[in-house]
Design a protein around this ligand. Structure first.
Ligand code: ATP
Ligand code: MG
Length: 456
């Protein structure tokens, strides 16, 4: 191979970080529409925080001995100013940081939501990526169990709106710090008796984060964790009453749940209510959303003490479920594809395109200037493939008569090709789209035109 023909190496994306191509984006758009409608239905308002934060936010906010902080963060030193920064692995800490920084709670509690990419250096596999996406809510400044129940109801409504079944709710209470401390002592004493049988993670966490040992997925440890002292047995009256308040509201709303005493969640900031939405349809990565109450967090991050609770859902996992329930989701095609033949028509095509867009139509104008537009036949092929409802065709003949030919491309969009005065094109298409046959008035052969815009 000669020097000049040397093959240029192709670049690929970063492992565990996915491209989202149009065929899949259709599912994401449907999900995002549903999620925005659901969030609006509960009066939640959006916040957008940066993707990069100071590393200290996450070490302080999430906890030093969590999976995320121990081994999953994309952290780096900014070469230009030496700052220690991290690509956000989750967004609760950042939303709380922004709330404190902008004093958002000064005039009362807030219901907030966010959506966007998160980054964790994990082993990529189905449902587990290094860049993934979460939608989350944070209800800040509300102490009662009513809001815990509200954020759970929100998830159920979203599953219903998306037509997703088989997602079940698991619930637990982590109580308060002093209750956890008493349970922790008992748990450590118990785990010490079984120390030899623990796996490496278990041994490491025995003293640092024994609660997390209960969260293990190692099948060999299930008997040990099943018989371990249960946190729920260490809760005092106030914690139990809060937990009961959440459950009562779920029961009133006919939301089934299972209390899972081993549900602890992987982040340190939770107290009282914790929950996960789980499905069996995604293999090992079956948790589609998780959340709970994190009353200590705002103060921990330097704010005036205020309670909080929220959840985050993994969008990729929900998209997987959506794909299963609707294997063939087509993108909406455009309304109109403009086909043109000849130089004069090629010029006019862009004007017609703009006119129709102003009238509210989605329009693709066939591209290819100065004789490069291709044959009529090949343009019509493109028009068909585009999914457009109509082809609007202009050639020398149409230009001379100030008309366009309209050809329905989809069943139900009318019969046969007809000639329509340019002035009446928008109203003719609108009528044809809504199936109103009185559009005959718009036919160029009737002489009179009713369109408001002038295209000459
Ligand atoms: P897991 O136990 O699956 O690691 P987690 O407890 O680390 O989950 P959270 O931090 O609670 O997860 O994040 C909330 C949701 O975000 C998860 O329930 C999951 O749906 C999604 N999620 C978390 N990590 C990933 C990832 N690496 N790739 C895709 N989705 C993820
Ligand atoms: Mg994880």
């Amino acid at each position: 191979m000669s020097e000049s023909k040397k093959k240029i190496e192709k670049l690929s994306g970063v492992k565990g970080m996915n491209d989202l191509l149009p065929a899949e984006a259709v599912y994401w758009e449907q999900f995002e529409r549903a999620v925005r409608a659901m969030l609006a239905a509960y009066g939640y308002r959006q916040v957008r925080t940066p993707i990069v934060e100071h590393t200290a936010l996450f070490t302080r906010g999430i906890g030093e001995v969590t999976d995320i902080v121990e081994k999953e963060m994309y952290s780096f030193v900014d070469a230009l100013n030496g700052e220690h920064l991290t690509l956000r692995p989750e967004n609760t800490a950042a939303v709380v940081r922004a709330t404190i920084e902008h004093n958002l709670l000064y005039d009362g509690p807030k219901r907030l939501w966010y959506m966007g990419p998160m980054f964790r250096h994990e082993r990529p596999q189905r449902g587990r990526y290094r860049q993934f996406h979460q939608v989350g809510v944070e209800a800040l400044g509300f102490a009662g169990p009513d809001v815990d129940a509200e954020i759970i109801l929100m998830c159920q409504r979203l599953w219903d709106d998306l037509g997703l079944t088989d997602i079940r709710l698991e619930l637990n209470s982590l109580g308060q710090a002093d209750e956890r401390a008493r349970h922790r002592e008992a748990l450590i004493a118990y785990l010490e008796q079984h120390a030899d049988a623990l796996d490496e993670d278990g041994k490491r966490r025995l003293y640092t984060n024994p609660l997390r040992v209960l969260d293990t997925k190692n099948p060999a440890l299930q008997d040990i964790v099943n018989a371990a002292p249960r946190l729920i047995d260490f809760l005092g009256d106030a914690s139990l009453a809060h937990f009961e308040g959440v459950q009562a509201r779920l029961r009133e709303n006919n939301i089934p749940f299972r209390i899972n005493p081993r549900l602890v969640r992987g982040l340190d900031y939770y107290n009282l209510t914790v929950f996960e939405w789980v499905t069996d349809r995604l293999g090992a990565q079956g948790t589609v959303a998780g959340g709970g109450r994190y009353d200590p967090l705002i103060e921990q991050l330097g704010g005036k003490p205020a309670p909080g609770c929220g959840w985050a859902m993994g969008v990729e996992r929900i998209i997987e479920l959506l794909k299963e329930t609707t294997p063939e989701m087509e993108a909406d095609g455009c309304d109109v594809y403009v086909v043109h033949q000849g130089d004069a028509a090629a010029l006019k095509a862009s004007v017609i395109g703009e006119h129709l867009r102003s009238a509210g139509f989605d329009v693709i104008v066939h591209a290819g200037a100065d004789g490069q537009a291709g044959s009529f036949k090949s343009q019509m092929k493109r028009a068909d493939a585009s999914g457009a409802v109509f082809a609007v065709i202009i050639g020398d003949d149409e230009i001379a008569r100030d008309v366009a030919s309209v050809k329905p491309l989809r069943a139900g969009a009318g019969e046969g090709q007809r000639s329509v005065a340019l002035d009446a094109l928008a109203s003719h298409l609108a009528d044809a789209l809504t199936g109103d046959s009185s559009s005959d008035a718009a036919d160029a052969d009737d002489g009179e035109s009713s369109g408001g815009h002038t295209l000459h």
